[in-house]
Design a protein around this ligand. Structure first.
Ligand code: C2O
Length: 469
């Protein structure tokens, strides 16, 4: 099949008007109910066979380079939906980070992309799309830009750097019958020769520290421990009571994964800012792994029949039309997606004592330009696993920041986040919490918060709650 044949396939995905793209006509949005969805088993990227990889490149490449710019499913337009929900949120696009909305919204976003890609395979490439599933980047066992086992053992580089980097012209005349650069993004930190998540690949001490921290967050021990904490701390807090907060899954492996891919020499590139993150195909493989980890969570979750389930979101369906799903629908009716096991088994929950009490240390101090030292009980971090919740006042700073938390002579965690414009609307009655999970006992009588090197924002620290396991 050549490119001209492919282009003739555009007709099978109707082009729709821009007005719909701007969500001008909210009333016309149809409620989406999954019906007869084919079972889709998402595999680790590592386990894809050559044909599965080619199909992924075909379908993504089609959205990236064959659909006209005004088509709502054109790749960058699809990525824009994500930006609208984070760096430019509004009533029609509520924020989907930093709270309990994080997991369900991204689950829906992946579900629709997968349907769209499958439909492109069926209608444009005449390949059975019902067999298609998005792969996941299993960073618990693959610390680097993902590659398939088949290619890796043949000494071929990750297709995220180009399906065949030996082709003379990566973009137009590739002889492959599909977009050679379908999975490529030019603004990543990792390069073909430094594609592993390894501090030795980093130039500055700061980025070496960041990689070490990322490796910790992505370790089996950290993931298993995270799966043993309450949902508020695992998946994010309720927005109903004006107390919001990222879960450990979002703040740790998720944010660090974004930064590892998208931050280079101190600058935020595609994956490094929520504004453009979804334009890098890595985004969807990263989020598939986040979603997969959620499937291993066995403790109580917020009730989908309550406030949690009411929030609705608009997505694009296979024909570019807008469809609406509530959090409840996303959680209860997307049942066709499952995950093939990765290399490490996450299915046996860690045995911990869930019945320990939360205790509180009141703080009531401002963190600004000097380290803030907080006296804490001597035995606070004496267990092998301690969960901290740091409650802060309103945060109006919209950029990224990173506050290191030190106990004894160890960095035990951080208060950090990716960018998000909704924070500038925060009011003083809001509380934000940051969770920190400390693994291994630390002997200390104080906890020190280090102000961000580049920051000039004040932060009011209300209290620290802790729970020892
Ligand atoms: Cu919506 Cu990984 O961010």
């Amino acid at each position: 099949m050549n490119r001209r044949d492919l282009l003739s396939g555009v007709a099978s995905i109707p082009t729709i008007a821009m007005a719909q793209h701007g969500h001008a006509n909210k009333g016309a949005v149809r409620t989406f109910e999954p019906k007869n969805e084919p079972p889709r088993v998402r595999k680790s990227f590592y386990d894809l066979n050559d044909e599965e990889l080619r199909n992924l490149c075909r379908a993504i490449g089609y959205m990236r380079s064959e659909l006209p710019l005004e088509h709502p499913l054109q790749w960058d337009n699809y990525a824009k939906i994500h930006a609208l929900h984070c760096t430019e949120p509004s009533t029609s696009h509520p924020p989907v980070h930093w709270s309990w909305h994080f997991l369900p919204w991204h689950k829906g976003y992946l579900f629709f992309l997968e349907r769209i890609l499958a439909n492109i395979l069926t209608t444009v490439y005449k390949i059975d799309g019902s067999k298609f599933a998005l792969p996941y980047w299993d960073w618990i066992s693959h610390k680097g830009m993902p590659n398939t086992k088949i290619r890796e053992s043949a000494g071929i580089s990750s297709p995220f750097f180009g399906y065949d980097i030996l082709q003379e012209n990566m973009v137009t005349i590739d002889n492959l019958g599909f977009d050679n650069s379908a999975l490529f993004d030019g603004n990543r930190g990792p390069t073909i020769s430094k594609s592993a998540m390894d501090p030795a690949n980093e130039l500055t001490q700061d980025s070496k520290d960041h990689v070490n921290e990322t490796l910790k967050y992505m370790s089996p021990r950290y993931i298993m421990s995270m799966l043993a904490v309450p949902f508020d701390q695992f998946g994010g807090k309720s927005v109903v009571d004006r107390k919001t907060g990222q879960g450990l899954l979002e703040q740790g492996p998720h944010n660090n994964g974004h930064d590892w891919i998208g931050t280079r020499i101190g600058k935020n590139r595609t994956m490094g800012t929520l504004r453009s993150a979804a334009a890098d195909p890595m985004f969807y493989m990263h989020h598939a792994n986040i979603d997969r980890i959620w499937t291993f969570y066995t403790l109580p979750q917020p009730d989908p029949n309550g406030e949690y389930g009411k929030q609705t979101y608009d997505f694009y369906d296979v024909d570019g039309s807008l469809v609406r799903m509530s959090v409840k629908d996303i959680i209860t009716s997307i049942n066709n997606v499952t995950y093939a096991p990765g290399q490490i088994d996450l299915s046996v929950p860690l045995k911990v004592n869930h019945n320990t009490m939360w205790r509180t240390v009141n703080v009531g101090k401002e963190l600004y330009d000097k380290p803030l030292s907080i006296a804490v009980p001597e035995n606070m971090l004496s267990s092998s696993m301690t969960l901290l919740d740091i409650d802060l006042g309103a945060i109006k700073y919209t950029g990224k920041y990173n506050i290191k938390i030190v106990a004894g002579d160890k960095i035990i965690g951080k208060i950090s986040m990716m960018d998000g414009d909704h924070r500038k609307h925060n009011t003083d009655d809001m509380t934000h919490s940051f969770s920190v999970m400390v693994l291994g006992s630390v002997k200390t009588t104080d906890i020190v918060l280090l102000p961000p090197a580049n920051g000039n924002q004040k932060m009011f620290i209300k209290s620290i709650r802790y729970k020892s396991y």
